[in-house]
Design a protein around this ligand. Sequence first.
Ligand SMILES: Nc1nc2c(ncn2[C@@H]2O[C@H](COP(=O)(O)OP(=O)(O)OP(=O)(O)O)[C@@H](O)[C@H]2O)c(=O)[nH]1
Ligand SMILES: [Mg+2]
Length: 312
Amino acid sequence: MRSLGFLNNLFKFSNPTFSLELSIRRMACSRFEYVKSFEQDDSILPNVWIVIRVDGKKFHKFSKTHDFEKPNDENALNVMNAAATAVMQEFRDIVLAYGQSDEYSFVFRKETTAFKRRSAKLLTYVTSLFSSSYVMQWPRWKSVPLAYAPCFDGRVVLYPSDENLRDYLSWRQADVHVNNLYNTAFWKLVLGKGLSNQQAEERLRGTFSADKNELLFQEFGINYNTLPAMYRKGTILLRKRVVDRKGRQAIVPLHEDLISSQFWKNHTEILGKYVPGSYSSPDGLPKLVEIQLNDNHSEQEDDQPQNKADIS
Ligand SMILES: Nc1nc2c(ncn2[C@@H]2O[C@H](COP(=O)(O)OP(=O)(O)OP(=O)(O)O)[C@@H](O)[C@H]2O)c(=O)[nH]1
Ligand SMILES: [Mg+2]
């Protein structure tokens, strides 16, 4: 076979028409090749936390069109969680993802070499994989069909210190708290008391958290702190060994307070040497984890963490 290939090449190169064609192509190529130098090097600095945040485009309208429950639609949030899980399954170097409302942040470990740390590659891959996974996951959680294609914007933000990273995540979680408390009170006034949107807005204008907590308790008998943690805290995705499934690895959803230092003590693998911790769920495994442990990805999940996306 090898000698045949050699003879074939010998024929081609000794053929004058072929050689001429080849030289013309080479010349054309070198003439145009300079355009490559216009591409900018966008490699990310070494040794920084890379955060990629995706956010739904006009989800105010999207949630209305698809009849999301107000203020929180559990299944819609789970479509987000499942799409983010798919992204984490692809990128083993994501150590944590955090989601709330129509946004998700993905934290890559400082040492990642995924896509040679090229910013545009990382950003576009994560954003497009998240968007397509959102569409794929939709029918698993929502019964109404998609009326149009949802899309997400994305940005890359770099954090040089652990403290900066923690503050970033705390900022996103504080955002959920502020928005969710307001929205819960707002929709209770509108849907429960029949106030118009404007009246509810006026009623809440200038109020502090304590006032809204009091309003929910006094007028609706709701203790805000007992509402589902996913609505109050958002969702943190971490890679863990699931105790009740013989320590098989899965990406698990947590709804904990990441602003507290206890969270970082409980999950030392995030900032420290990356070895997934263990996870057990007293109320049974969430559907998201069940699905993962039952599908084909689960065998790969038992492998050592590896950089699957380390290609250019
Ligand atoms: N009813 C309902 N709405 C939701 C839920 N999650 C997200 N949304 C909607 O999504 C919006 C997300 O906020 P933004 O990202 O600031 O607004 P946006 O309309 O997506 O605008 P851009 O991001 O600027 O394109 C919220 O204001 C809600 O209207 C949900 O669980 N239930
Ligand atoms: Mg949005």
